[in-house]
Design a protein around this ligand. Sequence first.
Ligand code: AHG
Ligand code: MN
Ligand code: MN
Length: 346
Amino acid sequence: MKRNLSNVKTLVQFITESQKNVLHATGELSRILNDIAIAAKIINREVNKAGLLDMLGIEGGMNVQDEEVKKLDVFANEQFISALSSGGQCCVIASEENDDIIPIKKSDYSKANYVVLIDPLDGSSNIDVNVAIGSIFSIYKRVTNEGAGQVIDCIQPGDRQVAAGYIIYGSSTMLVYTTGDGVNGFTLDPSIGEFCLSHPNMKIPEDGFIYSVNEGNYVEFPREIQEYIYYCKTPDFATGRPYSARYIGSMVADFHRNLIKGGIFMYPATSKHPLGKLRLMYECNPLAFLIEQAGGKAIDGEGRILSIQPDSIHQRTGIIIGSKNMVEKVEAFIQLNLGKNVYRIK
Ligand code: AHG
Ligand code: MN
Ligand code: MN
């Protein structure tokens, strides 16, 4: 179909229209989402020329224009921080890349109501090998009353998120987000430089045929995860097993594929990393919010990811996330192993 303005809905149009349906909406959240989209476009531009890094200059050195060449994750972090600090709606940012929170004080006396947590570049080990990477964001309302935001604003349970989403820099670039009213996906049309609604009201199939896990850690997994992996590999005509194994190593990319096709992603705690590897606030909570909005499930092995009360911004957790029936099958294996003398997911 030939593109014309009547069959394209841009992200900006979508956000503005959605805002109209929310009683007492102030436009602050819309502004944050738009700022994130702008940062994403700038990061996308740099991601697309990552392979030229050697030609453009060595990291830490200077490029041909005498500019400092930065690591892409540092660059992405700076873009998000600068976009979110200039808008005036955000009182504090927490980033996987910064040890401490980044409090933002407004220059006037009005207050900024929102808190944003980011994983600016997810799957950074894949940058050099031209494999899909992403950015993840999570947005809350502040709990303190005024001034710059504090740690307590950032460590809220995931079920208090007001919005969350990710950008995937893949064979095309997409922004997928939720404000708690379903999940919508937008594809960047490079010819007009706009994210356009391409995947309205995304739902994950209840069953899937793909499991995603770093099986290199198999001997360190809890017994129930080992048993579930064995189940995935065991042929069974009725349930379509064996399932296919797919593991990219960028959580956003594995998540995105499973969201569209159905599947399960697991990064359980291991005997070596008993608290898990992935970050609750920057990776697990936002993706758990999205998956629940899309009809799927996300657990840490004991309960819902979104119900965890965090106690630090960089907290890690085990995670099992994806198609509802697949996650529930893992829960059944957990139940079978309860009380046995094997180490637990947490
Ligand atoms: P990040 O690049 O933000 O540090 O995240 C990497 C994460 C996640 O994206 C991915 O699923 C996982 O680490 C891969 O870990 P393993 O290499 O241990 O499988
Ligand atoms: Mn990450
Ligand atoms: Mn990262």
